[in-house]
Design a protein around this ligand. Structure first.
Ligand code: PHE
Length: 346
């Protein structure tokens, strides 16, 4: 048996053939197993003599099988390694890419433009105290302007009176920054604001950017120059024309609303030119004014020494205008197809 097994195992040419041989010799019905079974019926003397031989045969077949198996597996692996090469010219499978949201991008653009003008970025909490959001901005408790803000209130009492609320504008950051840093100041404050309002041009959460300059001898001319410079840089056009209209905000005096001229091109608003030119119209883009001396006072500064201007505008509106988007709600749906459509996806 041993000689026959040696040859057959050496000649086996596949793992399957080896397995067949294993069953044939060592399986339950195998020939070596059958020999092993005869040991039980032998006399002690016979067993003494044949036992070691049969055990040796079993060991031999078993060793020969595993040796051959290991050789064959090694050969198979070599063959596979020789055959499998990396094709570096294959195109990479497409993988989805993330990109910066238009609102974030516009906030970055604004921060960069204002950084060039010497403004730093200030922040304040979105869950705000009634006092910072209204009272310190010259809107005491029964002020009618409060009603225009559609405020989300929390049931919690605010430390400085009234209730806690979701800030309705970024203007409370004016007060917080003056109180924390004093004067002079040149800051912008971009961030989320909230009002209970929703349609194609209003969402309950939207983004504003506030600007504040506090210094000595600041006047309306500084405000006008700053806004003109910023809007030209933002829309990347030299022909931006501003119209300043007298307006009213409790926290600025005088207050000025700012319009830009635009025309319609292929159903899209394109900013540029005077709103009075043929085919053009005016569109309001921001609110501003000289900081009301009462606000400067409530923020802990002397209004006889320090003056300033402030402005506030909607970041989402600016993004819509710059990139020709038309439904504000789509900004916050999180549908990447929308972003991709306007070139905001990888
Ligand atoms: N906070 C005002 C608003 O939300 C905008 C504004 C800011 C107006 C600063 C004047 C000065 O409408």
């Amino acid at each position: 048996i041993e000689a026959e097994a040696r040859t057959r195992i050496a000649e086996a040419d596949s793992l399957a053939a080896l397995e067949t041989l294993r069953v044939e010799y060592l399986g339950k019905q195998g020939s070596v197993s059958a020999l092993l079974k005869t040991l039980g019926k032998m006399t002690p003397d016979e067993r003494q003599e044949k036992g070691p031989k049969i055990q040796g045969l079993r060991q031999f077949v078993s060793d020969a099988l595993s040796e051959r198996k290991a050789m064959m597996e090694a050969a198979l692996l070599d063959a596979r390694l020789a055959e499998e090469t990396l094709d570096l010219s294959l195109p990479e499978p497409a993988s989805p890419k993330g990109s910066v949201h238009p609102v974030s991008q516009v906030m970055d653009e604004l921060a960069e433009i204002f950084a060039d003008l010497g403004f730093s970025v200030a922040t304040g909490p979105e869950i705000e105290d009634d006092w910072y959001n209204f009272t310190a901005l010259n809107m005491p408790e029964s002020h009618p302007a409060r009603a225009m803000h559609d405020t989300f209130y929390f049931p919690d009492k605010a430390p400085k009176g009234g209730k806690m609320l979701l800030r309705t504008h970024t203007s409370p950051v004016q007060v917080r920054t003056m109180m924390a840093e004093g004067a002079p100041l040149r800051i912008i404050a971009p961030g989320r604001v909230y009002r209970s309002d929703s349609d194609a041009t209003h969402t309950p959460m939207f983004h504003q950017i506030e600007g504040l300059v506090i210094d000595r001898d600041i006047h309306l001319g500084h405000l006008k120059w700053t806004l003109e410079t910023f809007l030209k840089a933002f829309f990347e056009r030299d022909d931006i024309v501003l119209r300043l209209r007298p307006s009213y905000f409790p926290f600025t005096e005088p207050s000025v609303e700012v319009d830009v001229g635009y025309s319609m091109e292929k159903g899209r608003r394109v900013v540029g030119g005077s709103g009075d030119a043929p085919g053009h119209a005016w569109m309001e883009v921001l609110g501003s004014g000289m900081v009301n001396r009462r606000v400067i006072e409530m923020s802990g500064l002397d209004p006889d020494e320090w003056q300033g201007f402030a402005f506030g505008t909607g970041v989402d509106r600016l993004a819509m205008l710059k990139y020709g988007m038309d439904d504000l709600r789509a900004f916050f749906d999180g549908d990447v197809r929308w972003a991709a459509h306007y070139g905001f996806s990888g």
